[in-house]
Design a binder for this molecule. Structure first.
Ligand code: DON
Length: 327
């Protein structure tokens, strides 16, 4: 009841973080339309489940920290989280174990090389939790249950809470294809095992399955925006008011999204857009404007760095229009 009264007062006093939300969304719609004309890039082709996506799909969704929503385009079409699962897994591990414990196993620095390179830092640890090697290690740290099935259930539950109980699914064909074509990830895992990167008792095969499964969790643009909104709101879901992630975990996650979230374009993205973001090969970008809103962008065609072409154009035009750049 108390939450409802507070919400009612917010509405009556128009006391929202973006009071002229309707006008704001007109500008968003205009940028969305500009980006629709972008015909560059192509959907990822390493598995049929990604290659089959219609390159015309394009969606933008917004969820502010006080729960105002805006969606346009193909925002109900499901797609897989892919690498946007990485910051979420990292935030879950941080919330559970704390920063010091997690960073015994993974570094803080951009790698300066491709996301799936077989390379470790000078301490023989993966460079950061946003590249494949680092995320595989993070998956090995989420182990408060003994069985993989329970671990998967637990992480799904946490994603669900971040998404305010909105759409989440699991794409089994993608999981099977990912596993089938994952020679590089297996090589990475064995290289890390050789270098003592995993906690004692880690089951390598199960850990990789867990990593592929979490990449294969489905969202749509609308639910992905709520997840981004939870990150924008210090770990409290803007729709349910539920504290899902610790504020410290969210701060650390956003810091590494800012420096390492956009593959080999991360430095340029930090320079040009100045916002924490994470992209995935399905064509999704989670963009966070801290203390204001989460934005999800989705369009399958990727540029040569692996980021959504329309998504990147949107980020640039958004910052040009509203100056959300941190500096
Ligand atoms: O591990 C892979 O190759 C993919 N499933 C990762 C997906 C992705 O978005 C690329 N990531 N950094």
């Amino acid at each position: 009841v108390r939450d409802n009264v507070i919400m009612l007062l917010t509405i009556l006093q128009n006391d929202f973080v973006i009071p002229e939300f309707h006008e704001f969304t007109h500008h968003i719609k205009a940028i969305f339309e500009n980006c629709r004309d972008n015909r560059e890039g192509a959907p990822a082709s390493y598995i049929p489940q990604l290659a089959r996506f219609d390159p015309n799909y394009w969606a933008v969704s917004i969820c502010t920290i006080d729960g105002q929503r805006f969606n346009c385009g193909d925002y109900h079409v499901p797609f897989c989280l892919q690498s946007t699962s990485k910051p979420l897994n990292y935030a879950i591990a941080l919330t559970e174990l704390g920063c010091d414990e997690v960073h015994k196993s993974v570094g803080y620095e951009p790698s300066g090389i491709s996301f799936n390179s077989i390379a470790l830092n000078d301490n023989k640890r993966p460079h950061n939790p946003m590249v494949n090697s680092g995320s595989i290690i993070i998956c090995s740290l989420i182990r408060r249950m003994e069985h993989l099935a329970d671990r998967f259930d637990y992480v799904m539950q946490e994603y669900k809470r971040m998404a305010g109980n909105e759409y989440l699914g699991f794409n089994n064909p993608t999981f099977l294809s990912e596993r089938e074509t994952a020679d590089r990830n297996f090589a990475l895992a064995y290289y890390m095992k050789e270098n003592g990167c995993f906690p004692p008792g880690t089951n390598l095969k199960e850990t990789l399955d867990f990593y592929f499964q979490l990449c294969s969790v489905e969202v749509n643009c609308e639910s992905a925006a709520v997840i981004a909104g939870t990150l924008a709101n210090g770990g409290i879901c803007p729709l349910t008011g539920e504290p899902v992630l610790s504020p410290e975990a969210v701060r650390d996650t956003l810091s590494l999204m800012h420096s390492c979230g956009m593959y080999d374009y991360s430095g340029q993205f930090a320079f040009k857009c100045g916002l924490p973001a994470k992209s995935g090969v399905s064509g999704v970008i989670l963009l966070v404007i801290p203390n204001l809103m989460g934005i999800a962008l989705w369009s399958p065609p990727l540029d040569k760095q692996g980021n959504s072409c329309r998504g990147i154009q949107f980020c640039k035009e958004l910052v040009a229009k509203f100056n959300f750049h941190n500096y």
